[in-house]
Ligand binder design. Structure first.
Ligand SMILES: [Zn+2]
Length: 309
């Protein structure tokens, strides 16, 4: 299975356009520290690629990636569709950016689909421009394409809704997601498995809690790319960006007693962190936390990194 990392930053990217924090200032001064919104491209068949999450900078990411560039016909594109892990703006705004395509798939869970078509009205807005095939992403493995080279299913990880769908009334009033909710499929991890080799990836850029189901999924995976938003649980409080802890914000931290590193360390899978917030010390390549991570056998994903499983 062939993967191309398109970006590795949390919402806003690094630097974020309106932020002068030390992390963003460092990335402005040192271009090699820049990170784009977290996303991934996956080759589903020989010349068909799916993007995992549609970030606001999706056009630039496609242009940056030789495998995703158009051709050989004038309007041929290898980009077949988008797979969503949640309905957050940073992961969905790029869908509208794909309107020039003749058509593309969007795979999303039921509540995410409801938010995008009901509240954001993406179906209505895009219909005059392009053909969008909305496909439901569920808990049973199904072929990503007709060729069946890759199977996909979703592992629910959190009922956390995006702020624009924060209330049941908002979602129902707009004909959006059904509102019964503590639907844990608002945020999911993706499990992608190559049928020929059995090799698999687990991609979870937002992880609010570590369930038994998630533990089973990480143990079965050959590669895990995980939420690395915050280094430790107090980071959002210490840096003044929030009055909640990392866990309170829906992101298990990397280090510390409740951190994910101790759970990942020792797994047989190759494990990489993505979705780094501008407050995360790992944004500085010289930070001592990189040494610790290396000692635990873990990595930080980099923009443009190619991973072959
Ligand atoms: Zn910043």
């Amino acid at each position: 299975m062939l993967l191309q990392v398109l970006g590795t930053a949390a919402g806003g990217g690094l630097p974020q356009w309106n932020c002068a924090c030390p992390g963003c200032a460092g990335a402005s001064a040192h271009p090699h520290r820049r990170r784009r919104h977290a996303s991934l491209a996956l080759r589903a068949d020989e010349d068909r690629w799916y993007l995992v999450n549609a970030t606001p900078d999706i056009g630039d990411r496609i242009e940056d990636s030789p495998a995703l560039r158009p051709g050989p016909g004038a309007r041929d594109t290898p980009v077949a569709g988008v797979i969503l892990t949640d309905a957050e703006l940073d992961h969905t705004l790029g869908i509208a950016r794909l309107r020039e395509a003749s058509g593309f798939d969007v795979l999303a869970t039921r509540p995410v689909h409801g938010a995008l078509t009901g509240l954001m009205r993406l179906h209505d807005i895009l219909a005059p421009y392009t053909r969008v095939e909305w496909r439901e992403l569920g808990g049973e493995p199904e072929p990503l394409t007709k060729g069946g080279a890759v199977e996909i299913d979703a592992v629910p990880v959190s009922p956390k809704r995006p702020c624009y769908a924060a209330t049941v009334e908002a979602a129902n009033g707009a004909g959006g997601a059904d509102g019964t909710d503590d639907d844990p499929a608002w945020v999911v991890a993706l499990r992608l498995r190559e049928t020929a080799t059995g090799r698999s990836l687990l991609y979870a850029p937002a992880l609010a809690r570590w369930t038994d189901t998630f533990q089973d999924a990480v143990e079965a995976a050959d590669c895990v790319i995980l939420d690395g938003t915050f280094w430790d649980d107090d980071e959002p409080l210490r840096t003044g960006i929030s009055d909640r802890t990392a866990t309170g914000m829906g992101h298990l931290p990397i280090a510390g007693p409740g951190g994910t590193a101790r759970r990942l360390s020792g797994l047989r899978a190759r494990c990489l962190y993505t979705h780094l917030n501008d407050t995360n010390p790992l944004c500085d390549p010289d930070a001592p936390q990189h040494t610790l991570l290396g000692e635990w056998g873990l990595e930080v994903a980099a923009d443009r990194m190619v991973i072959e499983l």
